[in-house]
Ligand binder design. Sequence first.
Ligand code: 5GP
Length: 234
Amino acid sequence: MKKLGKLYEGKAKVLYETDDPNLLVQYFKDDATAFNAGKKGVIGDKGVVNNKVSERIFKYLSENGVKSHFVERLDDREMLVKRLEIIQVEVIVRNVAAGSIARRMGVEEGTELKDTIVEFCYKSDELGDPFINEYVIRAFGLASDDEVRVMTETALKVNELLTRFFDERGIVLVDFKLEFGRHNGEVLLGDEITPDGCRLWEKGTLEKLDKDRFRRDLGKIEEAYAEVLRKVME
Ligand code: 5GP
């Protein structure tokens, strides 16, 4: 496999073409953004940590029947992935109220939920990823009903698997964001699963081990990411 030119550069990752039209190289940067890129910074070695955390989690999910774009990790910052036609919908799963839902519902962060929440957002940087629902997805043709069903069922299965995975490692999986894409007629999990897009709280102390440390200037960001990598490799 030969790495070719840049296909797309996002806030935290770069995608490169390869000599196989079905495969891309996903490169993880140290750049961090928050509040729709209103805040920018660098988290030392974040790219290396996120590449390895994603590899571990995609492999664990695959062993448990959840298919993703992950093929193999190539080096510290790169993984080989299947080329996806990205579905412009972010799927968010929540086990505990935090972040935007705590603000929206006027409850304290950490408030217990009576049931798991699945939410959809329109993936649009210009619009700040607005909240949408199945009717909006259907009306704007963002995904078929079948794809919405697959994304919802997969997100709930990922939640079940990862809640247990993190719990066994002393971490509460508070919430997370998933992205999906189409590959040869199949809907696959894409993007990354890392502390950039998950809220991870240390069991007991509820100390934040995720990007909220950067968003909220809590300090010890690199240490938190390194701790997550250490724990997921256990
Ligand atoms: P909230 O809606 O509370 O801001 O985010 C819910 C969860 O989804 C959090 O774990 C957050 O990290 C993740 N999330 C939501 N939108 C984005 C996004 O655009 N980028 C990243 N990296 N994570 C997101």
